[in-house]
Design a binder for this molecule. Structure first.
Ligand SMILES: NC(=O)c1ccc[n+]([C@@H]2O[C@H](COP(=O)([O-])OP(=O)(O)OC[C@H]3O[C@@H](n4cnc5c(N)ncnc54)[C@H](OP(=O)(O)O)[C@@H]3O)[C@@H](O)[C@H]2O)c1
Length: 268
């Protein structure tokens, strides 16, 4: 039986990009998908794709930045669909540009959506995951959780925080003997979804296809991996930063184009 058969999976920000593709791919393996988005039309369109792919789909409206509504949203999910097995915290935004030229509201919104919304969703649904046979929390961070991202400082900050939160919760659940809930953190480099249009991909890290990233995420969930990194060398960044003197690492980041990759960002 395919691993995702019959699993009830809730995805945030599933109206476009990775979230929409994950919804469709889980449905191909017989999952029931709760497609959440902050606009009705994309949620319903993806829900149709889920049904066409052979899964059961439910379109629901959710703005993860509305932290106070999240417990009521969980109650709506329970009333309309039932408790979930898998939560995929995927919703995210980025506002690139020179730090002081990007509005403070946009910087703060980045943290509200990418970090606080993700924590609030995890808090609201953790009991569901604990009651599931095999619960799974999947947090979409980024390769920028490992490195400084000039012209994208609050995006990187939001993803560093996601990595710290996700790793800590994973270890806490293990220490507390809660062995039926896995936690996977996903750290991909740039993906061709439009979010990072205009960026110059760093050396050795070409723009990724969303299909490849979704395949890695699905394998990571099935194998209960703590970390899914694309490309895999992302995991080695910590090692490099640990052994190289700071000045040398800065030069590596500059020469490989990491430090300037966001300079020409025009994404959404
Ligand atoms: N693309 C990349 O290079 C890349 C690399 C590493 C990590 N990631 C991460 O991957 C995830 C998916 O991104 P993507 O590449 O698929 O880009 P995307 O197509 O822009 O997807 C982001 C989704 O989040 C939704 N969203 C934004 N604010 C929201 C809110 N307040 N409440 C609920 N949903 C909200 C967006 O909905 P709207 O359409 O309504 O705005 C959109 O559907 C993000 O967390 C992103 O940070 C992306």
């Amino acid at each position: 039986m395919p691993y995702f058969q019959g699993k009830r999976i809730l995805i945030t920000g599933a109206g476009t990009g990775l979230g929409a593709l994950m919804a469709e791919q889980f449905a191909r393996q017989g999952a029931e998908v709760i497609v959440t988005a902050r606009r009705r039309k994309p949620a319903e369109d993806v829900c149709k794709r889920v049904q066409a792919a052979g899964g059961r789909g439910h379109a629901m409206l959710l703005d993860v930045s509305d932290l106070e509504r999240i417990p009521a949203f969980r109650d709506e999910v329970h009333a309309q669909v039932g408790p979930i097995d898998v939560l995929i915290n995927n919703a995210g935004v980025v506002f690139g540009g020179e730090f002081e030229r990007v509005s403070l509201a946009e910087h703060l919104n980045t943290l509200q959506i990418n970090t606080l919304g993700l924590i609030a969703m995890s808090h609201a649904f953790l009991d569901d995951l604990r009651e599931a046979d095999q619960g799974h929390l999947v947090n979409i961070a980024s390769a920028s959780a490992y490195i400084g991202l000039p012209w994208g400082s609050t995006y990187a900050a939001s993803k560093w925080a996601v990595l710290g939160f996700s790793e800590s919760l994973r270890l806490e659940l293990r220490e507390r003997g809660i062995n039926n809930v896995a936690v996977t953190t996903v750290c991909p480099s740039y993906i061709n979804t439009g979010m990072f249009d205009g960026v110059r991909s760093p050396l050795l890290s070409p723009m990724l296809r969303p299909e490849k990233v979704v395949k890695s995420i699905m394998r990571g969930i099935r194998d209960k991996e703590a970390m899914v990194a694309e490309p895999r060398m992302v995991k080695n960044i910590d090692l490099l930063k640990g052994v190289l003197p700071g000045r040398v690492w800065d030069e590596v980041a500059k020469r490989t184009g990491i430090s300037t990759s966001m300079k020409h960002w025009q994404g959404k």
